[in-house]
Design a protein around this ligand. Sequence first.
Ligand code: PLP
Length: 363
Amino acid sequence: MGKKVYNFGAGPAMLPVSVMERIRDEFLDFQGMGVSVIEISHRSKEFQNILVEAQNLFRELTGVPDNYKILFVHGGARMQFSALPLNLAGRVPSRKCLYFETGNFASLAVKDAKPFGDIRVVASSADTNFDRIPDYDPADIEQDAAYLHITSNNTVFGTQWQQFPESGQVPLIADQTSEILSRVIDYSKFGCIYAGLQKNLGPSGMAMVVIREDLLGHAGEQTPLLLNYAVYDKDNSLTNTTNTFAIYVVKLVLDWLKAQGGVAVIEKLNRQKAARLYEVIDRSDFYKGFVQTRDRSIMNVTFNLQTPELEAKFLQEASAENLYALKGHRAVGGIRASIYNPMPMEGVEALASFMEEFQRKNG
Ligand SMILES: *Cc1c(COP(=O)(O)O)cnc(C)c1O
């Protein structure tokens, strides 16, 4: 075993140690086959079992209704920024697609969608460097739109939708990359949710898409085959060779989550973890939370210190204490602690204690 490090990286992020040990233990010999899980055909019955078990576990853990399809698609979360309008803008004659601009990934979602629809921003918090979820007028959610897109947790800035917008007849779509399975969510309120795997689910490079059946089949003729969700649905995500290893890891992470007690249990723990850090931040002016209190994320905790010099010292000393990858995104500066599902309370406690000690010495 190497040294014990707590990894606060935003993504690719830490995975549960027990999951990685299991991967290690069965890597050369999957279920007595004498070959590795990454050496077997994506069409073998052994792999198809993994895929179906992952889908079933996800459904069981989330309560996603039966009329939603669970897809594993290529290209991470960002590929979906293009795939969404390609699949959905054609649902309505206006080709209008509505977006909340709440952070850098939300901005990229707008940018990447532009060539494929009439892309409109309903509300933005860009004017205050995305330190909040913006207020909006419900009347601005035009009912002839193909969908309304939100980024439910803003990874870079550390904000999170506490209450999702009421979109009426317009299907609500959420990029949940940095919070999927971290809190109980009523999926029936959404037309589609999606998430890159590398924050709460597994390795990078793929995404999960959960989409209501009636939203499939509206892709235009020019839509590339492997960006068409209806094709993934028809082929149960095996149109071509999928990333078998990634799906295998997702299956193990879902097993792990179930063993923890499921989403409601992990949500409670996630709230305790975040509260511990925000409590240290709020106790004095030494640490300054980056975002407005009401919109704080329980997944990505962002804060600044008084000076860039002090922030550099903080990062250097934290690193010496084996608290890894705490540097904030360049758009925010300062510190970001990403505390996804796999981060144990002990890791958060180690960081909180370090913060208290650092303040005592430098405050
Ligand atoms: C990390 C992240 C992405 C980007 O994911 P990729 O898999 O790199 O495309 C998109 N949206 C959100 C909210 C993220 O946190």
